[in-house]
Ligand binder design. Structure first.
Ligand SMILES: [Zn+2]
Ligand SMILES: [Zn+2]
Length: 311
């Protein structure tokens, strides 16, 4: 196995930073299995560390990588806490549409990434500690609150921890080339990490009504006299306001659609709107069946089928 990193006198060293170092025997050990390592700095193959003996060695690239990532990030955070340097969390804040933000399911738009310095809030860090029944790779915390940091490999997620509602930063490290990302001021590099169980507030965004996608049920009487109940994007009400004579918002929990419709027709009519509908005609005979009754026109002697939920 070829590793680019090893433990050199208690510190993590990258092979590419070793050209001036003359290693003594036993200077180098494996980050994961603690077995002696040697340097391979030949002219042909890429420089790397290798285990001195390969017999019976159960070290795997995956476990080495996990340990390497964990130690690199832990050292970085610990150092930042000791030096009072910023520890940034990259948070993606989505935005809520200003046109419908009070609705239960407003339009949500993709927002932007922002860095939040959390070093004032979380000022302690532990490596592989026990917390209740969990054992996070890293935990940053204060007296009352904590964040788990989990290094994961190829989507090995941390399902139980996720269910537990603990805030978790999941960092997926699949290759040694990801490691340098864990030494920066941002402890959750967006390209390889995700935040779990964080409640991130949406920002309100001023949105042109024509971009608002929310759909509501409306009773609409057009200037032509046609009356319908339709599911309509709010933007259409604005767009077609020149041909709409009258509108009412319809609460969706009402189930008796036919009588809902007829009541609204009468109301619109009484308010002076032109309403053209069989239901406004003296020849209609309305069946008492609620939803599927085929009402009857006594003049034409035939059933009217639509009570018009459709255009
Ligand atoms: Zn090893
Ligand atoms: Zn909206």
């Amino acid at each position: 196995m070829q590793y680019r990193y090893a433990n050199y006198q208690g510190k993590i060293v990258n092979i590419s930073d070793t050209n001036k170092i003359i290693f003594q025997k036993n200077d180098l050990i494996c980050l994961f299995c603690n077995m002696p390592m040697i340097v391979k700095r030949g002219p042909v193959r890429e420089w790397h560390f290798a285990h001195l003996t390969v017999e019976n060695n159960k070290c795997t690239y995956e476990s080495y990588l996990h340990k390497l990532a964990k130690l690199t990030l832990f050292n970085n955070i610990k150092n930042r806490m000791d030096e009072h340097l910023p520890i940034n969390l990259n948070i993606h804040q989505k935005t809520k549409c200003s046109g419908c933000y009070l609705k239960s399911e407003p339009c949500i738009f993709d927002g932007s990434n922002k860095l939040f310095d959390i070093s004032k809030r979380y000022y302690q860090v532990k490596l592989e500690c026990n917390y209740l029944s969990f054992r996070p790779d890293i935990m940053i915390y204060n007296e009352t609150d904590h964040i788990f940091i989990e290094i994961i490999y190829k989507h090995n997620s941390t399902k139980e921890k996720i269910k537990s509602d603990n805030k978790i930063i999941e960092i997926e490290v699949t290759d040694e080339s990801d490691i340098h990302l864990l030494s920066s001021d941002c402890i959750n590099p967006p390209s390889i990490s995700s935040l779990v169980n964080f409640s991130i507030k949406h920002l309100k965004q001023n949105v042109d009504i024509n971009k608002c996608n929310i759909i509501e049920k409306y009773f609409i009487v057009y200037k032509s006299g046609k009356a319908v109940i339709v599911d309509v994007p709010l933007m259409h009400l604005e767009k077609y306001k020149n041909i709409i004579a009258y509108k009412e918002h319809v609460q969706t929990h009402k189930v008796n659609r036919k009588y809902e419709y007829i009541n609204r027709l009468n109301r619109a009519y009484k308010l002076g709107n032109k309403v053209i509908s069989c239901y406004m005609c003296k020849h209609i005979s309305i069946l008492k069946k609620y939803l599927k009754g085929h009402d009857f026109c006594r003049l034409l002697k035939k059933e009217i089928i639509k009570y018009c939920f459709f255009m």
